[in-house]
Every structure is written in structure tokens, then in C-alpha cells.
Design a protein around this ligand. Sequence first.
Ligand SMILES: Cc1ncc(COP(=O)(O)O)c(C=O)c1O
Length: 406
Amino acid sequence: MTAAHRAGALSHTRRWDTTVVQAVSRPGVLDLGPGYLEPELLPVDLVRDAYATALAEFGAAALSYGADQGNEVLRVGLAAREAAASGYPCGPEHVLVTAGTSQALHLVGTAMAAPGDTVLVDRLSYDFGRRVLTDHGLRLREVRLDEGGMDPRALHDALTAERVAGRHVGFVLLNPTFHNPTGTLVGIDRRRELLAVAALHGVLVVEDDAYAELGLDGTDLPPSLVSLAEYDGVIRLGTFAKTIGPGLRLGWLVAHPAVVSGLARRGTFVSGGCVNHTTSLAIATLVRDGHYDQRLDWLRSCLRERRDALVNALRAGADDLAEFTTPGGGFFLWLRFPPGRTEDELLAAAASVGVNAAAGSRFGTAGGSAIRLAYSFTPPGGLAEAAARLAAAWRPAAGPGQRRHP
Ligand SMILES: Cc1ncc(COP(=O)(O)O)c(C=O)c1O
């Protein structure tokens, strides 16, 4: 028996260092920066059992090259979830297994657009997703967004301007459900309006729905764009990164079967089959056997507790300092500061009290100072403490005339 066996299961904190994981928080810092789950929320035992189940059930087939489009167990399970969520039919032929949303963005960025093409994005949007696209030579054009999501009129104007300038548009990238970084949920009317504008211009929509399973208030969510469009001109991207763990590098896309089979014929899939076969079989057993739904229920309650701890503490201590809307799901709370506050000053004040947060400018043109706080990476007590520290650090020093009497 090896030392590793004698030691029992590895605790996840034991190897939480940059020789193994991508990033580590500075010691002692309350970290509201990362847009991913904290170690305690990552289901080590569940995933270990899922691999054991998949290997027992599929044997050597689990270690072979997988079916190009992804194994059918997972595609059937995901399609059933899509159909149940949207009320619109979805079958395994609509689903392609991907290595997570980043790989899927690379795939659509290379298959559906050519270097030099324009991609229209929300004025604020997931920064590393932008990177995937610009690395491929795509040109981003930011479109105005308001508290309801991307402004359809601004989208129409931007698409018109691109056409007049003779530039080809690859697609419009939207993140309509609990948007990163603003937390916005785009309502059904706005979804329809955006789809109508894209259809009018004959432009593909890519729907990045990374947080779609993480509604925290038990209310029904609007149907996905891909279902509203009946698979015509929309590709929807999903991922297990936010619901199980990003290290799985596992996701899927949903599109018209002709688009799915076209993508599955590309070299990446033909050479090597499914982009993450063994893991996709393990996770397929969780989806099929109901463990994924149980996990989601538990995770949503954990995230709800975290969101509420942060929101309540900010309302109590910082309500007059910054504006924010309580997010209905996802990982993020977006704080907007009045003119005169600079992002550098706000982040430096946060750092001086041992709190890390994400600069709003990372995500595009915020139009003023804004900060993103993630409630996914810190336990409830730490979030309440962080909010109290931030409120104190961000409160402008009272001038002589403003000093309050004790
Ligand atoms: C909107 C959005 N899309 C995609 C991703 C990345 O997904 P994946 O880990 O599956 O590549 C993130 C992660 O932060 C995200 O916020």
C-alpha cells in the first residue's frame, strides 16, 4: 500500500497551492475576487464515486476515445433538462459535449467567425471570455446595457453601423442569466427583442448560460434564448464549472442538430473524439441518477446563505456608499459608486482592511467606478465581516464641518 493510500482521501486544502491550482488567495485575506466556488463547496466525494460508477459500468469504453458528439448518456440527460427548463423539445441530437465554456467559446469563435470579424458583446462582460475571442483575432464591439440587459436598440444601431462600415459580424455574445459581472437576469420580453434584432440582421447569437442552474430565489427563470428561437440562429453554452467544479473542464452546447453535427465533424472532435470523455461519463451518471439535482439543491442553499449574508451586511453598513441590486442568482454582486470615487482608491482601501475584490474595469467600460464582489468563494461569516470592513474603509473621512457629535 502506498503512502497516499494509507493517508486516506486527500483533503482539498492540503494541495491548494499554485503547483496544483490556478490561483491562491493571499493568506489572511477575505477574498471576494474569484468567480468560482470555494474549496468547501467542491464535492470531492461525489465526484470520486461518480468516476468509480462510470468505470464499473463502462469499463474500458470509459478510457477509449469517446463518441465525437459526446456520450449519449450525458447528452440524453442534458437534453431532458433543457426541455424541462424551457418547455420546448430537446433531444440528444441538439447537444454537443464540450470541455467547458472557454473551449466552447474557442470552438464557436473559430468555427462561426473568421479573424477580423466583429463580435458584439455587452459593454460589461466576462473578461476571460473576451480574451478567448480576441486571441483568435476577433474584434469586439461593446454594446450599451442597462439594468435589463443588452439594449436592443443599441444592438440594432451597432449591427447597422457594422454593416455600413462593411465589417462582417461573427455573432452577438450574450450572458442573459445572472450575468457576469452585473448579476442581471434578462427578462423574457427583452430576450425576445434581442432575438428579433439579431434575426433581422441575420446574425448568430451565442448564449453563454454558465449560471443558469443557479437561481437562488426559487422563482421560474425565463426560457433560454435557444429555446425561444427554436434553435434557429442561437447556440447556447452550458458548463459544470459553476455547479460541480471548474477542474472538470466539462460543459456542453445546445444548437440546431445541423449545427451540432457540423461542429462535431471538425478536427478537434474527429481526432480524439469527445473532448472530455472519461469525465463526461462520470458526470453523466450523476445527472442520470439524480445526484446532480440533489447537489444543485444543496449548492443553491449554500449560495443563498452567502448572498444574503453579503447583501444584509452591505445594506446595513454601505447602503449610502454604493448602489446595487440584489442578484437573484449566480455568484456576483455589482457595486456602482457615485462620481468622484475612483476604482484604484476603492480597491486600495479594500486591500488596507484585508479584503480583495474585482475591479469593474476588468469587464469593460463600466461608465464610472464599479466593483464586483463574488459571494461564491467565501463562507457567510467571512462575507459579513468583509462587508463591514469595506463599509468602514470606503466611508469618506468626515471633514471638520461634517463631524458627527458623539
Ligand atoms: C460568464 C462566464 N462564462 C464562462 C465562464 C468559464 O466557464 P468554463 O470554466 O466552463 O470555461 C465563466 C467563468 O467565470 C463565466 O463567468
